[in-house]
Ligand binder design. Structure first.
Ligand code: NOJ
Ligand code: CA
Length: 521
């Protein structure tokens, strides 16, 4: 197999830093906490961590409102702590990917304070100011325009009013942002996950968006219009190509884009001549119905839509979506793990999913997420999937000595790292085995995917190289399934007792069971 870049064969692990490990008892995870848990990640077998924003921030959107792109928020630690994290990660051969939030800053960022100070200020045009609002909405619901009393104009915010959108048509903004990228690249970070990449550029004529005919009452009002003029504008690709050029002026770095768009549009973010994002995040597994047919279609549809040379990637969870074990249920979470870890390309796992962590129930008085506060009770809140990582059976699950900023998930005494490490049949040990298998069989990363078929609840496909063939069988249902197969040996089963089992001409799968079979040909 040809030589791959590190990020092409990587399993990336997303750390939501507030909830990973608290080191000083304030109930909020921090950089020192991440350092303490690096060995756990090495043992899990992942190659890279993507850390959600740790920049200086008033935390209106928990770090996605940046007040200084080149500093660390004291809640998370100091720049020395950051440097130590980078060093300790690299010492263990783990790459470190930072979140980069270019679409908007905090309203407390000195750039915005200047911009809003007067219409004549040199930074006025760094943000989107208008005399009259148009109909563009905030993605968190309600109008996206905020009236500024002092200068009698409105500014646009795609999210909270505390997150004013930067004007990416202004070359000075671009230069300043690329300087921020270089600041971290010079330190040695291995790449960036770019927040809301597809939103960066807006229509220069500020045309009104059309109504979305599919909008139904009860949904977020942010979905009432089709975002034709404030998202996915053609000019965004110039910006992405410029970011990529910055990244490429360093060696061995990666540019990942957060992009929620239909498949055809998503693929354009690989860029002309593949000079856009190395990895436009593929969220199909998060969005698809959970059955063999739907997942089969998602896989073939995605693989056949990739531009020539475009590298595939798959995401099973993140800090904005319901956890996989909640979405598909405990028993199917193992199938999801086996599916993810046998797909081609780069993979992203969300912290806690490897132990089968579920969404937590958040009482109204515990709500933290501004998305929930802005539109309560319609399912916009992301607190349920952001609760502290349960490490052990102690009262606060080994996450903190204090009071955690979000409650622990109710079953933390049963579903935690300590318990699962000691249980050979746990999902944690399944993840470890599957990640190790992927490392041992590079064809799982870069080999062919073929013979994908579905029949009832069964999804099967083959991964193949010139001299190896692995057949994957996944039972998405709860009943017994029998399937004809070639002879071989089970390399990994969701039921670990099946490992090394010899298979002759058929195999039986219990409900929610999956196996990887090495076919002898
Ligand atoms: C996407 C991030 O993943 C989400 O958590 C955040 O609220 C918005 N972008 C705004 O930055
Ligand atoms: Ca802390």
């Amino acid at each position: 197999m040809r030589n791959l870049a590190w990020w092409q064969s990587a399993v990336i692990y997303e750390v939501y830093p507030r909830s990973f490990q608290d080191s000083n008892g304030d109930g909020i995870g921090d950089l020192d906490g991440i350092i303490q848990r690096l060995d756990y990640l090495v043992k899990l077998g992942v190659d890279a961590i993507w850390v959600a924003p740790v920049y200086r921030s008033p935390m209106a959107d928990f770090g996605y409102d940046v007040a200084d792109y080149c500093d660390v928020d004291p809640i998370f630690g100091t720049m020395q702590d950051f440097d130590r994290l980078l060093e300790e990660a690299h010492r263990r051969d783990l790459k470190l990917i930072l979140d980069f939030v270019p679409n908007h800053s905090s309203d407390q960022h000195p750039w915005f304070l200047e911009s809003r100070s007067s219409r004549e200020n040199a930074k006025r045009d760094w943000y989107l100011w208008r005399d009259e609002p148009n109909n563009w909405m905030s993605n968190f619901g309600g109008s996206g325009w905020e009236w500024d009393r002092q200068t009698n104009q409105y500014y646009y915010h795609s999210f909270l009013k505390e997150q004013p959108d930067l004007n990416w048509r202004n070359p000075a903004v671009r230069t300043a942002m690329y300087d921020a990228l270089r600041f971290w690249l010079d330190k040695g970070v291995d790449g960036f996950r770019v927040d809301v990449m597809w939103l960066l550029v807006k229509d220069d004529q500020y045309r009104d968006n059309p109504l979305d005919p599919h909008f139904a009452p009860g949904q977020s009002s942010g979905n009432s219009l089709l975002p034709v003029y404030n998202s996915n504008r053609l000019e965004v690709h110039n910006v992405v190509a410029e970011m990529r050029a910055v990244i490429d002026s360093y060696s061995r770095r990666v540019l990942i884009g957060e992009i929620y768009l239909p498949m055809k549009d998503l693929m354009t973010y690989y860029g002309q001549n593949l000079k856009g994002a190395n990895l436009p995040f593929n969220f199909l597994l998060l969005q698809s119905a959970w059955n063999a047919q739907a997942i089969g279609q998602v896989i073939s549809g995605y693989m056949s839509s990739l531009p020539p040379g475009g590298w595939p990637n798959w995401v099973l969870g993140n800090h904005d979506n319901a956890r996989i074990a909640t979405r598909v249920g405990h028993s199917q979470a193992s199938i999801a793990a086996m599916l993810l870890l046998t797909l081609p390309g780069t993979l992203t796992i969300y912290y806690g999913d490897e132990i089968g962590m579920t969404n937590a129930l958040i009482r109204p008085e515990d709500v933290q997420d501004p998305a929930e506060k802005r539109q309560p009770g319609i399912g916009m809140g992301r607190d349920p999937e952001r609760t502290p990582m349960p490490w052990d059976c102690s009262e606060m699950a080994g996450f903190t000595h204090g009071r955690p900023w979000l409650p622990l998930v109710a079953d933390h005494r049963a579903v935690n790292v300590e318990v699962e490490e000691g249980d050979g049949a746990s999902i944690l040990n399944l993840y470890r085995r599957l990640i190790a298998l992927r490392g041992a069989r590079p064809m799982l990363v870069g080999g062919q995917l073929r013979s994908l078929t579905t029949s009832g609840d069964l999804l099967s496909y083959e991964r193949a190289s010139e001299n190896e063939r692995l057949a994957i069988f996944l039972n998405f249902g709860h009943g017994l399934v029998q399937v004809a197969t070639e002879a071989g040996t089970v390399l990994a089963g969701t039921d670990s007792r099946r490992n090394t089992e010899r298979v002759h001409n058929f195999i039986e799968l219990q409900g929610s069971e999956g196996v990887v079979v090495e076919v002898v040909s």
